[in-house]
Design a binder for this molecule. Structure first.
Ligand code: FES
Length: 62
């Protein structure tokens, strides 16, 4: 499922980025979300996915 339409990022893209143990700021940069052409609407969903991935709940959900 697409999470960020501006960058074409899927849930899997976010999970891979989070697994590399980055700070929220580094994650934003790594995903290219600090570019001027990003609307920022996905930020809340990405934060939730990152928090969930950090606690392992994504693996538990399957
Ligand atoms: S939907 Fe992600 S920056 Fe626009």
């Amino acid at each position: 499922m697409y999470i960020c339409l501006c960058k074409g990022l899927t849930e899997s893209d976010i999970q891979r980025a989070v697994q590399s143990d980055q700070t929220p700021e580094a994650l934003t940069t790594a995903l290219g979300l600090d570019d001027d052409d990003c609307c920022g609407r996905c930020a809340g969903n990405i934060d939730q996915l990152a928090a969930c991935a950090a606690t392992g709940c994504l693996q538990a959900a399957g």
